[in-house]
Design a protein around this ligand. Structure first.
Ligand SMILES: *Cc1c(COP(=O)(O)O)cnc(C)c1O
Length: 259
């Protein structure tokens, strides 16, 4: 078979620190430009480096390039990297992937924020875990665990996320949990080659946030939306956190298929 048929880019697990630094600078510049277009202050936008599948050394390089927020999508994978990075102060570790209830205890103690809460049972598990006497959390013990609610903004696109119709009730319930602090919403819209086509979903998220915040009477300042190929459009539509993986760390290895 000829090599040109192999479309998969080679995966480089140890991207050079200089390359990573350059990527961080480029993304930051694009964030600034997108914010300016929308007449927003670039400093209100947090870059979350999505480090799933990448080794601890890559996370360290990104940290050294000034990144302070990191997103992982599996509890177990993060637990394996965490001991290697315990010296990185002021970093915020975000869980951005679907969380199974049976891992809620571990997630509550190893992340600063769970950005993918999509059902009340899960929120309750996190809340209860944090009220266990003697529990050792990653952040400040006196502060609550930050959570975002993941919204299924396109019914067909993802399996995770709360349905739009059920969002107000879930917001109301989660805000009553004493150990959690609900800061806003997160979404994973459909992947569309042309990022402009994703714009209506981002806009819908912002409108939905405004509507629910007014209806329930809570502040929901955080909107986590936008990934490598569409984060600029997300910023133009109001994102306050963008989750960028590939554009920073390069291609991820293809997922393993277990038969
Ligand atoms: C992997 C992932 C990202 C980053 O995707 P890229 O396209 O690599 O930037 C963002 N958000 C979530 C929830 C992810 O799982």
């Amino acid at each position: 078979m000829s090599g040109s048929e192999d479309k998969q880019m080679p995966y480089d697990p140890s991207q050079k620190p200089e390359q990573l630094k350059e990527n961080v600078a480029k993304i930051r510049e694009r964030i600034t430009q997108a914010a300016r277009r929308a007449r927003r202050d670039p400093s209100e936008i947090t870059l979350i480096a999505v480090s799933k599948t990448h080794p601890a050394e890559s996370i360290r390089s990104a940290y050294e390039a000034g990144v302070r927020d990191f997103g992982e999508n599996r509890v177990q994978e993060w637990e394996s990297k965490r001991p290697l990075l315990s010296d990185l102060g002021n970093a915020n570790w975000h869980l951005i992937g679907h969380l199974q209830s049976n891992k809620a205890n571990r997630a509550a103690t190893s992340f600063h924020t769970v950005d993918s809460v999509d059902e009340f049972g899960l929120a309750q598990r996190l809340d209860r875990a944090l009220q266990t006497p003697g529990i050792s959390v990653i952040g400040d013990t006196a502060s609550k665990l930050r959570v975002l609610i993941e919204v299924r903004v396109a019914e067909e696109a993802t399996k995770s996320g709360v349905n739009v119709a059920d969002l107000p009730a879930l917001v109301e319930q989660v805000t009553k949990l004493p150990a959690l602090h609900l800061s806003g919403l997160m979404c994973i819209p459909p992947f569309l080659e042309d990022a402009e086509q994703v714009r209506p979903y981002f806009r819908r998220m912002r409108e939905l946030r405004d509507q629910v915040a007014t209806q329930i009477g809570v502040a929901l300042p955080v909107l986590s939306m936008g990934m490598s190929h569409d984060f600029e459009v997300a910023i133009e539509e109001g994102a306050t956190e963008v989750r960028v993986g590939t554009a920073l760390f390069g291609q991820r290895p293809a997922p393993k298929i277990t038969l």
